[in-house]
Design a protein around this ligand. Structure first.
Ligand code: HSE
Length: 307
């Protein structure tokens, strides 16, 4: 048992970006911080109101994931002091569980003597989460395209690349939670050929548009028929926001991950002002309270510091 303390800073993220269901992710400068060290007896400290409902025993997700890494490295179950703090709201579609899993794995990996590479941590996190989109963004930062292979014996292929620096993001975070399993539960098991072709086309176009700086294509490229139409009944105002965003300043708009946060891309102040008024009007019509955040893209991914 060493007396090293590791502090891990993990960016929040958005997933899907419209059509890229379970495949596209983007990291934001909105961070969770996990501090971890060996202890005589496990103790978990949650900082801030947002986290207060989480367990503080060994059923805490961060502890479970950290202990899972030790088991995978054939090391004994650790007793850990863990401190968790987050700037990102939980269960709102900004990848909080992915951030927690990535932070737990990165911290535990250091304490365990670094048995795993960053790519292996990404793979472990993706299988734990069930999809690599939020996790990829939290590990690598920036914009990430990744897809799960057929089983865990194969590496998870991924590509990251910088998106245009002028791209800005506004997110509307409603004041209620939407559990990912609930938002996944409303999706169909089977899609028509036309809908599959539609989503493959739009997701491909979106990746190409971001790679080549064709921000003018975002409005059409971010259209989706795979999850947003089915999730819209769970997110009041979403249908209107998606249908009308580009007429009110947005370059493109999408449900962020499984929701209920909605994300808007824009480039300049005039677009931002138009968007803010539009969002305020839609949310007022639905009598919903919300928080609006302007988010910058995180280019670094998970950051690890030892003290
Ligand atoms: N791709 C996932 C979904 C992200 O939309 O369900 C949320 O975990």
């Amino acid at each position: 048992m060493n007396n090293m303390t590791v502090r891990v800073k993990v960016p929040a993220s958005t997933a899907n970006l419209g059509p890229g269901f379970d495949t596209l992710g983007m990291a934001f400068q909105l961070y969770s911080t996990i501090t971890m060290r060996f202890a005589e007896k496990t103790e978990i400290r949650l900082i801030g109101e947002e986290l207060q409902e989480l367990p503080v025993d060994k059923t805490n997700l961060v502890y479970e994931v950290a202990a899972g890494l030790f088991a995978k490295a054939n090391l004994p179950e650790p007793e850990l002091y863990i401190e968790i703090e987050t700037e990102a709201p939980l269960t709102r579609g900004l990848g909080s569980s992915a951030s927690a899993i990535v932070g737990a794995l990165a911290g535990a990996n250091v304490l365990a003597g670094e048995p795993f590479t960053r790519d292996q941590l990404f793979e472990m996190a993706s299988w734990l989460e069930g999809h690599p989109d939020n996790v990829g963004a939290s590990v690598f930062g920036g914009f990430v395209v990744a897809t799960l292979p057929k089983d865990e014996s194969q590496p998870i292929p991924y590509v990251t690349f910088p998106v245009p620096k002028t791209l800005k993001t506004l997110v509307v975070i409603p004041d209620y939670w939407l559990a990912t399993h609930k938002a996944r539960g409303v999706l169909p098991e089977v899609y028509t050929k036309a809908d599959v072709i539609y989503n493959v086309g739009h997701s491909s176009l979106l990746v190409a548009a971001l790679a080549q700086g064709r921000l003018d294509l975002l409005g059409s490229a971010m259209q989706d028929r795979m999850h947003q139409p089915y999730r819209a009944p769970l997110v009041p105002g979403l249908a209107e926001m998606l249908a009308e965003a580009t007429a009110h300043g947005a370059l493109g708009a999408a449900l962020s991950g499984a929701g209920p946060t909605t994300l808007f891309f824009y480039e300049n102040e005039q677009q931002e002002q138009e968007l803010r008024s539009f969002i305020a009007a839609v949310m007022a019509r639905h009598e919903l309270s919300y928080e609006l955040m302007e988010l910058l893209i995180d280019e670094q991914g998970v950051q690890i510091e030892t003290v």
